[in-house]
Design a protein around this ligand. Sequence first.
Ligand code: TYD
Length: 205
Amino acid sequence: MDKVLKSFIVFEGLDGAGTTTQIMNLARYYEFNRREYFLTREPTDNPIGQLVRQVLQKKVATTPEALALLYAADRHDHLFSESHGIARMAEEGRIVISDRYFYSSIAYQSVECDPGFIRLINAFPSPEFIIFVDTPVEECLARIEKRGEARELFDRGEFLTSVRENYIRAFSSLPEGVKLLTVDGAQPIDTVESEIRRWLSSFSL
Ligand code: TYD
């Protein structure tokens, strides 16, 4: 059986789906209830993650395959680093919440690279919980526009439509022991938040 990291919660979704807002709200809720948790994200703030962000900001140019390898390298470091690896934290029973994980690579990098290659370089342990904030592409684009953010590499409608399809395909065959919540991200923030809370609390989280 594939390895599953217990008490590891991963949020996934398209750019503009609202994952970051939902993670902050969940963190605040855990804070209020004095629950211990560790909040993190990918790309990370570590050196390889910073390099990834430079590629996204077009400050550094590379190939889609090299970018995919950088995401995977950042992820390996994120999981297994001696000093800050989250795999050990999760194994010790700490709640670890990550904004994105390898499903982002499966969904995003598979648009431009060979999906078999992306799978191969992302043979990482599964999280126990995946929360997929599924927001329609049009809504995501409208939110990105409203934020007035400089459009990064991936903020394109057609591209995001393919990414969403890849997510849905990846989530249709998950290993045993991995639990998935797909929540409609077009709903009001509070509704999404309470659906997530209700679902997690059914697993005592
Ligand atoms: P994101 O979490 O949206 O960063 P920020 O909060 O700074 O906007 O991630 C940045 C982009 O990277 C986003 O478009 C998704 C993409 N991405 C991948 O393509 N593959 C990956 O493996 C990861 C983790 C992210």
